[in-house]
Design a protein around this ligand. Structure first.
Ligand SMILES: NC(=O)c1ccc[n+]([C@@H]2O[C@H](COP(=O)([O-])OP(=O)(O)OC[C@H]3O[C@@H](n4cnc5c(N)ncnc54)[C@H](O)[C@@H]3O)[C@@H](O)[C@H]2O)c1
Ligand SMILES: O=P(O)(O)OC[C@H](O)CO
Length: 333
């Protein structure tokens, strides 16, 4: 039986642990708090992140990273992106030397602007054949309810992507393989920034035309950055690009979308952070994405605008006026 360690028992780590167990794996679900691990094991529910959802018997919770790591064929990483480097440094010595490291995270490291697969490579020394990412339109609560969804598992080594695909393929979860790790990661991280923009627009009372325009132009700027960084343009038309962008920007379950909505309604950043209980990666990663855009000399006006509103005190109404007044352009270039 495939043994999998999932590090991070928040919404997505827990929901994906369910998928893996439903696909037949023996899953160790690690989280920092021993009390929560005990509650999960005794009640079969993770009340803090997925209340009302019964976890399959194949999921065992633990607060001991060594126990989670023991014999793991895959180590699935599902902590907030900005905490990965420090956590992974502690977990690496505990993992078998051939464990495949799988990122579920959709953020870019602040300061370094590194993608999660780059952080994993740096911290563990693993080669590209041992590093995979999973990304797509996968709102955790829907997956935990076993509502149907597709996703992408990406690894430079296609055989490894196929192994991971087999480990998480169920009747309600359909993973496709891809070898474009850069494109899948950027698709997941930048869509959080665009979801903030769409949420802000909704909170300001703007209509569906505005949202459709933001989603489409958001995908255009994501693709521009991806091409500059060596990604495949097709990835952005796929599940990790358009698929995730549409799901996230349409769903009230999205933390990034909701965060933006609160800002657009006039809450301050501090007030919005105070009512946000889970990880909204775009709030920090928008600055890392903006830094990447500048480094690669790519025009990303929506990302610049989100950074302005979230971190630099720009008022949403003024940002909208500025965006609409940008010089006229050809759509495709
Ligand atoms: N929730 C979703 O629908 C979803 C779907 C796809 C991808 N993701 C991505 O998955 C990643 C994890 O998101 P999530 O939704 O599970 O977040 P979450 O906020 O629900 O859970 C985060 C988990 O990390 C733990 N954590 C927080 N800080 C930590 C630290 N310093 N060290 C160790 N653990 C820490 C929390 O206790 C919690 O268990 C994010 O990058 C997110 O973008 C989420
Ligand atoms: O809740 P969000 O905004 O982090 O989005 C969740 C997932 O990434 C959707 O695929």
């Amino acid at each position: 039986m495939t043994r999998v360690a999932v590090f991070g028992n928040g919404s997505w780590g827990t929901a994906f642990a369910m998928v893996l167990a439903d696909a037949g794996a023996q899953v160790s679900l690690w989280g920092r708090r021993a009390a929560l691990a005990e509650t999960i094991n005794s009640t079969r529910v993770n009340p803090d992140y997925l209340p009302g959802i019964r976890l399959p018997d194949g999921v065992h919770a633990t607060a001991d990273p060594a126990r989670a790591a023991e014999g793991a064929e895959f180590a699935v990483l599902a902590v907030p992106s900005q905490t990965l480097r420090e956590n992974l440094a502690a977990w690496t010595p505990l993992l078998p030397a051939d464990t495949v490291l799988v990122s579920l995270m959709k953020g870019v490291e602040l300061g370094t602007s590194k993608r999660m697969s780059e952080v994993i490579a740096e911290v563990t020394g693993a080669g590209p054949e041992r590093i995979a990412v999973l990304s797509g339109p996968n709102l955790a609560r829907e997956i935990a309810e076993r509502q149907p969804a597709a996703s992408v598992v990406a690894c430079r080594d296609e055989a490894v992507a196929r192994r991971l695909q087999a480990a998480c393929h169920t009747g309600y979860f359909r993973p496709y393989t891809n070898t474009d790790v850069v494109g899948c990661e950027l698709g997941g991280a930048v869509k959080n920034v665009i979801a903030l923009a769409v949420g802000i627009a909704g909170g300001m009372g703007l209509g569906d035309n505005a949202k459709g325009s933001l989603i489409t132009r958001g995908l255009a700027e994501t693709t521009r950055l991806g091409l500059a960084m060596g990604a495949d343009a097709h990835t952005f038309a796929g599940l990790a690009g358009m698929g995730d962008l549409v799901a996230t920007c349409s769903s009230p379950l999205s933390r990034n979308n909701t965060f933006g909505t609160n800002l657009g309604r006039g809450m301050t950043l501090e007030e919005t952070i105070a009512v946000t209980k889970q990880t909204a990666e775009g709030v920090k990663s928008c600055r890392s994405v903006r830094d990447l855009a500048r480094r690669y000399d790519v025009d990303m006006p929506l990302t610049e605008t989100v950074v302005g509103i979230v971190h630099e005190g720009v008022q949403p109404a003024a940002a909208l006026k500025e965006l609409m007044a940008r010089s006229a352009k050809a759509e495709l270039r």
